[in-house]
Design a protein around this ligand. Structure first.
Ligand code: GDP
Ligand code: MG
Length: 344
């Protein structure tokens, strides 16, 4: 079998486990995950390098995975942008992984995903996720038969993205379904996402984890400044929310909440970049930002890059490891926690 490669899109309704699967396959945390639906807003691309296997006639391959925001009927400018992301991701991909949560009943959102797929006529696998939650595996059989009637899936593969069950089989089948192709990304690269976008996502994840109810959906994060040095990266970011009251919650008593979000995010960004990080966080109320087309367009990291002419810097696995080794043996620069502040 020749070296195979291609673009594989992960499609499914919110909370099905798309981002968990992406991270499990890539082996690094690329997409933010939370128990709240609609956590992923942009397309996230991850690269899986599948090594050659001796005796199996498999020459290895490369899977460029595209995680999409959960499909749903759009109800705002933000929602519409998310669906554009999904459609763009579906166009020109070689294979679609439709991921379904086996613990949930099929509903209009799943139907919506299948309708999108039908329009593209792309080859698709059905991935039945969260099988770890089903005790009697025989219960999956009628489900599989049911789903097979809905679309002509090339394969049906039960997995647990969380427990990493069934992933080897999945990878093998995906590789076999891809065309003979080139090496798209160097072996040490695992994503095409710019570091500044990843930083914004990490901050947003901390918002999701630390706040409840309407706050997560009402917020977004824009990185205003991102200056990378060999040892220290300076980042300034603004958290936008919709109302003054939300701003109050995000800042917290005496700035406690913002401090907590800031220091957890900082640790994760340091791990990602392999440098110390100086993180300044601001909170601003921008009423109705989700319905403002201009504002939502600004959120797109590609546009942010165009506007700010920042060099595209992919995150490299190998250099991350090297950098963190270098960092461990050096205790020079101190990072800053207490500088998180708000702006009026
Ligand atoms: P997405 O919205 O489709 O990207 O879903 P996420 O990957 O963000 O996952 C949504 C929730 O489902 C998170 O709480 C995950 O931990 C959980 N989850 C994902 N995969 C599995 C799985 O295989 N088993 C179980 N038990 N939970 C899972
Ligand atoms: Mg997601």
């Amino acid at each position: 079998m020749p070296f195979r490669s291609g673009f594989v899109c992960i499609l499914g309704r919110p909370n099905a486990g798309k981002s968990t699967l992406l991270n499990a396959l890539v082996g690094e945390k690329l997409a933010i995950i939370s128990p709240k639906p609609q956590t992923t807003r942009n397309r996230i691309q991850g690269v899986v390098h599948v090594p050659k296997r001796k005796g199996r006639g498999n020459d290895g391959g490369q899977i460029v995975l595209i995680d999409t925001p959960g499909v749903h009927k759009p109800d705002s400018s933000l929602g519409r942008k998310m669906m554009v992301e999904v459609r763009e991701a579906l166009e020109g991909c070689d294979l679609v992984l439709v991921i379904m949560d086996v613990t949930r009943k099929f509903d209009p959102r799943d139907q919506f995903a299948l309708d999108l797929l039908r329009r593209q006529k792309t080859k698709a696998f059905l991935i039945l996720n969260k099988v770890d939650l089903i005790r009697e595996k025989s219960k999956l059989l009628p489900l599989i038969a049911e789903y097979r009637k809905l679309y002509d899936f090339a394969e049906v593969i039960p997995i647990s993205a969380l427990k990493r069950n069934g992933l080897d089989t999945l990878l093998e089948m995906v590789i076999a379904a891809l065309p003979a192709g080139p090496v798209y990304f160097p072996e040490d690269q695992i994503t095409d996402q710019p570091a500044r976008f990843m930083a914004a996502e990490i901050i947003r994840e901390q918002l999701l984890l630390n706040t409840s109810e309407e706050i997560p959906y009402a917020t977004t994060v824009i990185v205003d400044n991102f200056e990378e040095g060999a040892r220290l990266t300076r980042i300034a970011a603004t958290i936008y929310c919709e109302r003054e009251g939300q701003k109050g919650i995000l800042v917290g008593k005496g700035g406690q909440m913002l401090k907590k979000i800031g220091s957890s995010a900082r640790l994760q960004i340091e791990r990602m970049l392999g440098t110390k990080v100086f993180l300044e966080l601001y909170v601003k109320a921008e009423p109705g930002w989700r319905d403002s087309r201009r504002f939502v367009e600004e959120l797109d990291w590609r546009r942010q890059l165009e506007h700010r002419m920042i060099e595209h810097r992919p995150i490299e696995q190998r250099s991350m490891e090297q950098k963190s080794e270098a960092r461990d043996s050096q205790t020079g620069t101190k990072s800053n926690d207490g500088r998180n502040q708000t702006e009026d």
